[in-house]
Design a protein around this ligand. Structure first.
Ligand code: AMP
Length: 543
């Protein structure tokens, strides 16, 4: 048909060249794995990416090849994102926190031909290498001095770059081609790969920037603490380039003190990360009587943001918590909680309650809840069911995987149980696997954890359902105390004031720390195994 628009496909490399051309002098600040904070402009980073692209081609990389990264959030990892996808190869970001068997499985399943590795992961990779037959080259992401000292048998990132010309024309190809690959850190079975395309990545970046989503602009100063090895740091490396935002990359130092230094010194105004990271930051700020100066918004996702966190950021740091929900299968953005003007006018405590919801879907994503018989459920804020999603940046299947059970009827079944209210706000009740079934009724472990965390003496709380001789399952609360003299009776009274009587955990166990998965979520499967027999034993025999 005549008169249609140009059929020019947008590619990941276009984002970088746009940033270099339109925001060339804007900074990317990075805490290097070697230690010092280093500064580059988008123009310099684009040049270095072009050099890396040519180095990868010279090593034999080609379209469709998977190239793995084992790396922190640094400028070199950012360059690798663009260089790999830019030549039509696939950036496979690997989560180094996974168990060695999972890492071996992932690298072999993806068939990674080249690996780019940070200094921190040399021992890990040396341990894995004998069982990685497909890996042809390893590039150590450092300079010649460090590489020759620490791994002289591997290639040196900076040497490879120095050998290449700053000029390079990125190849053009269909935006349906794959650009990146990320494996979910499934708690059961082998991790499953999700393959993103150039099309889905660019569309997702546009969605992420929008005012009704993360609100990233050319004036933003963005600090993604969420790792670039976990769902592409929620798309921030692409969104920041699209907007030409100032970007701060925290490297390997994710403790409260290092983050505070970076946030204050570099004047970050938009932070993104999972709740465990913010707990460490808030603890450091509290203990050292520090108030954040420039932060306007903190995006919290990956696990439920507790009310105490929303309140502390708001009242002590004038920083607004934007609760967001997503998944590896969703690139990851699904919903964002930006309150309506009416909600913003509510008294703070009521507003915080509303901020506990995971938010409304961003344009492009559709949500619905279903019962076990595949019937759609009401959007009344109370009825809960299996949350399904569809949209152009939602996976339609897993990479090299036959099981399509999560992708039936044109929807992706998230494995989450949720409510949707009349205004469209979604709230996660639980993971389908974690919800507690007590005497035929459901208890939300997340609601119980939120109630526990609103008690001031706790550092962390986790609720699991474990077998019970009378009720099938009953909740068990595990807590990490925030100080030495935690009053368990007062905690019980506090819970009784916040949840229905039959929801109250039958026991509370005090622990020194709680296990987390590779993506910072509470490791409930491990705890369920550990405490499996707890209620089956007579009370006097419990640990
Ligand atoms: P992942 O693919 O590792 O990012 O994990 C996705 C899962 O994390 C989701 O299915 C949810 O169960 C959980 N999740 C993500 N964001 C949130 C949130 N804001 N609140 C509660 N759970 C969340």
């Amino acid at each position: 048909m005549q008169g249609l628009m140009m059929n020019r496909h947008l590619l990941v490399s276009d984002l970088l060249e746009h940033a270099a051309a339109q925001h060339g002098q804007q900074s990317i600040i990075s805490r290097s794995v070697e230690g010092p904070i280093v500064r580059h402009t988008y123009a310099q980073i684009a040049q270095r990416s072009r050099q890396l692209a040519q180095a990868l081609l010279a090593l034999g990389a080609g379209p469709g090849d998977r190239i793995g990264t084992l790396a922190w959030n640094t400028h070199r990892h950012f360059e690798a994102y663009y260089a790999i996808s830019g030549i039509g190869a696939i950036t496979h970001t690997i989560n180094p926190r996974l168990f060695p068997e999972q890492l071996r499985y992932i690298i072999n399943h993806a068939d990674d031909r080249i690996l780019l590795v940070d200094l921190s992961f040399i021992p890990l990779l040396r341990q894995l290498l004998p069982q990685l037959p497909g890996v042809e080259h390893i590039i150590l992401m450092t300079d010649y001095e460090q590489q020759s000292l620490q791994a002289p048998d591997w290639l040196c990132y900076e040497t490879l770059l120095a050998e290449q010309s700053p000029n390079f024309s990125w190849p053009r190809f269909s935006d349906e081609q794959a650009s990146a690959l990320c494996y979910t850190s499934g708690t059961t079975g082998n991790p499953k790969g999700v393959l993103y395309s150039h099309y889905s990545t660019l569309l997702h970046a546009m969605a992420a920037c929008r005012a009704d989503a993360l609100g990233i602009t050319p004036e933003s100063c963005v600090l993604p603490v969420v790792p670039m090895f976990h769902v592409c740091a929620w798309g921030v490396p692409y969104a920041a380039a699209m907007m030409g935002s100032r970007l701060i990359l925290p490297g390997a130092a994710l403790d409260g003190a290092s983050l505070t230094e970076l946030i204050q010194q570099e004047q970050a105004d938009l932070l993104l990360g999972v709740p465990t990271v913010w707990m460490g930051l808030l603890r450091h700020l509290h203990e050292n009587h520090i108030r954040l100066q420039h932060v306007k918004r903190v995006v919290v996702g990956g696990s439920a943001a507790p009310l105490s966190m929303i309140r502390e950021f708001d009242e002590n740091h004038s920083a607004f918590v934007v609760h967001a929900w997503g998944m590896t299968e969703l690139s990851p953005l699904g919903t964002v909680n930006l309150p309506t003007p009416e909600i913003m006018r509510l008294p703070p405590l009521e507003r915080y309650q509303h901020q506990l919801k995971q938010g409304r879907p961003v344009f492009g994503i559709e949500l619905a809840i279903f019962d076990d018989k595949n019937h759609r459920l009401a959007h009344d804020g109370k009825t809960f069911g299996h949350l399904r999603v569809r949209g152009p940046w939602v996976a339609e299947r897993y990479f090299r995987h036959e099981d399509l059970s999560a992708f039936e009827h044109g929807w992706f079944d998230t494995g989450d149980i949720a409510t949707l209210d009349e205004a469209g706000y979604m709230q996660i009740v639980d993971r389908a696997k974690d919800v507690i079934k007590s005497g035929g009724e459901w208890i939300s472990s997340i609601d119980l954890e939120n109630a526990a965390m609103s008690y001031s003496g706790l550092r962390e709380a986790c609720v699991i359902g474990i077998p019970h001789p009378r009720w099938d399952e009953r909740p068990l609360l595990l807590v990490v105390p925030g100080h030495e003299d935690l009053d368990l009776a007062a905690l019980r009274d506090h819970l009784a004031a916040h949840v229905a009587r039959w929801w109250l955990p039958d026991s509370i166990v005090v622990v020194a720390e709680l296990p987390h998965t590779a993506t910072g979520k509470l490791s409930k499967l491990q705890l369920r195994n550990q405490y499996h027999d707890y209620y089956l034993k007579p009370e006097q025999n419990r640990p």
